[in-house]
Design a protein around this ligand. Structure first.
Ligand code: SF4
Length: 539
């Protein structure tokens, strides 16, 4: 039995064509992550309360399945729209105020979501509903609405350009349905993978193939470019690295992440310095890590590790509710004020952005705090290549020996734990979060120590190398051999005979040379062409 194309499949295609193929053309279910499950449960709750709130007096029909009324009639709720190969569920269809063309009744779709903020995927799902609706009423709606968890209605414009893009996707899905490909589209790991139900199998396949997409930041375009040059695996990529002397960087030239060097670091197990880190140890240092809920734009756990003359203490400021955010922020500020000169280390943009918002929200007067922030990622990205696949703090931290209590702990897991704690107030979930946050802070401290060590002793450490001037390790004989080979390589090209400098001898070296005088008849063994005049002085 062929399945219809649904909004879920169309949205999956935008995230990863392989995911769409597995959902549409196979029976594989995978193992859904807890976070999308929580979002789906929130959506169902929100949908139920939205539908309950609709006025039956409006003359609408609920649980609607079938062809659309030609004229008149009120809104339709919980509608299932079907065409020959597409199916879409829509919470509400409201009669369009402005009829663009055609004789019949025209509707606009409303979809109820499970988040406060509206995401790109939700807009795509609404676009798909608009597309199916357009097939039924002959004119696609020009607008729709998304209802957030807080009840806010977000108007979304559905224009022709977006419909045209979607149509291209649906054409591909139709082709798959009619003649399913023998193989699913290739595994290209991407940002969506941690939440995808097929993540375990895809990662195993990528690991088996040593696929280029294992390297974070490897876009599908960059991956294809390497494949066009015959480089298919990370190991092959590692052999493509050529050390080059760095020219003085122009401020306008963006410094790029070097995938070849990242691959080389993985193959050799060494850390490569493209630019030695300039981090200097301070007597007192502080490490910040926040846990928040981006969808609600709140911070519920502000973690701080203070390292003073070798003594380390961890402080956790925990908010039970959204309303407690201001209180924990002020508690953190009070603790920070006790160390006015200590740098505040963090990793990435998250904490810096959160602090900006918190300053604006609770303490409008400008503070010196932002000036004390030091983003450790800026000392790593494009400068230090650890033998790991990504520059995520978890990957680098694990390489440096830090271990998290849960094996694959990630930001999404922390959202799941907080959601569970919100529901049950189970202390075990709170302890998981506190331990996770403390380990993040520890990882920051270990990374700062490592960056300082690399600056101070990296030159002598055999497990650290430079990307521009690799260290050479050879015996005297090996060194001589290397030099000989370098000379051979310098001369080993077809033009060498013409471009080399030759010295003419004053005395003939052999008796035969004596006979080779200038002026002999051409063709005669004694003929010798006049050597060109020296026109260049080389010292
Ligand atoms: S795990 Fe990643 S590569 Fe695999 S189907 Fe899902 S999104 Fe695509």
């Amino acid at each position: 039995m062929t399945r219809p194309i649904t909004a879920e499949v169309a949205v999956a295609y935008a995230l990863c064509p392989r995911k769409a193929y597995l959902l549409l053309c196979t029976d594989e279910q995978g193992a859904p992550h807890d976070y999308p499950r929580i979002l789906a449960a929130d959506q169902h709750r929100n949908q139920a309360s939205y539908l309950n709130g609709l006025q039956p007096s409006q003359g609408g029909r609920s649980g609607y399945v079938g062809t659309l009324p030609r004229r008149g009639g009120g809104p339709l709720s919980a509608a299932i729209l079907k065409t020959s190969d597409c199916e879409a569920y829509c919470d509400e269809l409201t009669p369009a105020l402005r009829v663009t063309a055609g004789p019949g009744q025209q509707y606009e779709p409303t979809l109820v979501s499970g988040t406060h903020n509206i995401t790109h995927e939700q807009q795509l799902a609404l676009l798909f509903i608009g597309y199916v609706l357009g097939q039924l009423q002959n004119v696609p709606p020009s607008a729709g609405a998304l209802v957030g968890l807080d009840g806010r209605v977000h108007k979304v414009s559905l224009n022709q350009r977006r419909y045209a893009e979607l149509e291209g996707v649906i054409d591909t899905l139709r082709t798959w349905m009619q003649t399913p490909a023998v193989d699913a589209p290739p595994v290209i790991l991407n940002k969506h993978c941690p939440l995808c139900p097929f993540r375990v199998d895809c990662r195993a396949k990528a690991e088996h193939d040593d696929d280029l997409s294992l390297l974070e930041r490897m876009t599908p375009k960059a991956r294809q470019r390497y494949r066009d040059h015959g480089i298919f695996s990370v190991k092959q990529l590692s052999y493509a690295f050529r050390p080059r002397r760095r020219r003085k960087p122009s401020p306008k030239t963006p410094v790029k992440h070097i995938f070849e060097l990242q691959a080389l670091a993985l193959r050799t197990g060494k850390t490569y310095l493209h630019e030695p880190p300039a981090l200097v140890h301070e007597q007192t240092e502080m490490f910040l890590d926040f846990e928040g809920i981006p969808d609600r734009d709140i911070q519920y756990l502000l973690g701080l590790l203070v390292s003073q003359d070798g003594d380390v203490s961890y402080h956790a400021f925990w908010a039970d509710t959204d309303a407690d955010e201001g209180q924990i922020w002020h508690e953190l500020l009070t603790t920070l004020a006790a160390y006015p000169d200590a740098p505040l280390y963090h990793y990435g943009q998250y904490e810096a952005r959160a602090i900006k918002v918190l300053l604006r929200r609770y303490r409008p007067a400008a503070d010196q705090l932002s000036g004390r922030l030091v983003n450790l990622n800026a000392y790593v990205y494009r400068k230090v290549y650890f033998p790991v696949r990504s520059n995520r703090l978890k990957d680098i931290g694990r390489w440096l020996g830090v271990s998290w209590a849960t094996a694959e702990a990630s930001g999404f897991d922390s959202l799941v734990w907080r959601h569970r704690w919100d529901e049950s107030h189970d202390d075990a979930d709170k302890q998981l979060l506190l331990a996770y946050n403390e380990t993040d802070c520890q990882a920051l401290r270990v990374l700062a120590d490592e960056l300082t060590r690399l600056r101070e002793t990296g030159a002598e450490d055999p497990s650290v190398d430079s990307s521009t001037r690799p260290k050479r390790y050879a015996t005297d004989t090996g060194g001589r051999l290397h030099r000989e080979f370098e000379t051979i390589l310098r001369s080993a090209h077809a033009e060498y005979e013409h471009s080399k400098i030759s010295l003419r001898r004053d005395q003939p070296a052999t008796p035969d040379d004596d006979k080779r005088r200038v002026g002999g008849q051409p063709g005669h063994p004694g003929h010798y062409a006049t050597p060109p005049k020296a026109t260049k002085v080389v010292q």
